[in-house]
Design a binder for this molecule. Structure first.
Ligand code: IMP
Length: 194
């Protein structure tokens, strides 16, 4: 089966390709000649993932999956959520996003948060949604040098380290993205057996 991952990120592509059944020929947006930035105009993670995957299916006639991730903070009523990448405004800046988050939570006792990844898989006759979640808390100060985005201030439940203090291998054993992708991979393995 030929399948498109709606991303321009070659690193993400290589990682997921190594995990998929060998019968699946995975292609990126660049591989199919799609150089457009597909607009992510929905107010939900699921809506954005669906927009991207459907765009490829409609424009190129190829089955496609797309992901979207957000950090949802309880005391901020789920913000930054779908706006996580640009929480502190344009242009996207991860250090300023973390700074804004810490200042919004200044003096706040309830520091519960969760990362959610949604993957939408759009094929000719069916659409599937896969979800991965990891719960945790937002620390008072950034800790650790690994990872990206909000990793230095996100401490997963049951651990005394932030995501940025874990190795990539350790993070991949429990992350929201890993959980969502493992559901997608199980699903694709099943349909490739049929
Ligand atoms: P995307 O949908 O994967 O592009 O993620 C949107 C935004 O969420 C990113 O720009 C990051 O700010 C944040 N984010 C997503 N995944 C992670 C993660 O694993 N650690 C920290 N921040 C993340």
């Amino acid at each position: 089966m030929e399948l498109v991952f709606a991303t321009h990120n070659e690193h993400k592509l290589a990682e997921i390709r190594s995990l998929l059944p060998k019968t699946i020929r995975l292609k990126s947006l660049d591989d199919i000649g799609c150089t457009a930035e597909i607009p992510e105009t929905s107010e939900t993670l699921e809506g954005n993932a669906l927009l991207k995957a459907k765009y490829v299916l409609d424009q190129y006639g190829l089955p496609c999956f797309a992901d979207d991730t957000g950090l949802e903070v309880a005391a901020l009523n789920g913000a930054p959520g779908v706006y996580s990448a640009r929480y502190a405004g344009e242009p996207k800046n991860e250090a300023r996003n973390v700074e804004k988050l810490l200042s919004q939570l200044h003096g706040q006792k309830d520091r519960r948060a969760q990362f959610t990844t949604i993957i939408a898989l759009c094929m000719k006759n069916e659409t599937q949604i896969f979800k991965g979640v990891i719960e945790g808390v937002i620390t008072k100060i950034p800790k650790g040098m690994n990872g990206f985005g909000y990793d230095p201030v996100f401490q997963p439940e049951g651990m005394d380290k932030t995501f940025a203090e874990l190795t990539l291998k350790e993070k991949n054993q429990l992350s929201h993205r890993a959980r969502a992708f493992s559901k997608l991979i199980n699903y694709l393995e099943e349909i490739e057996k049929e």
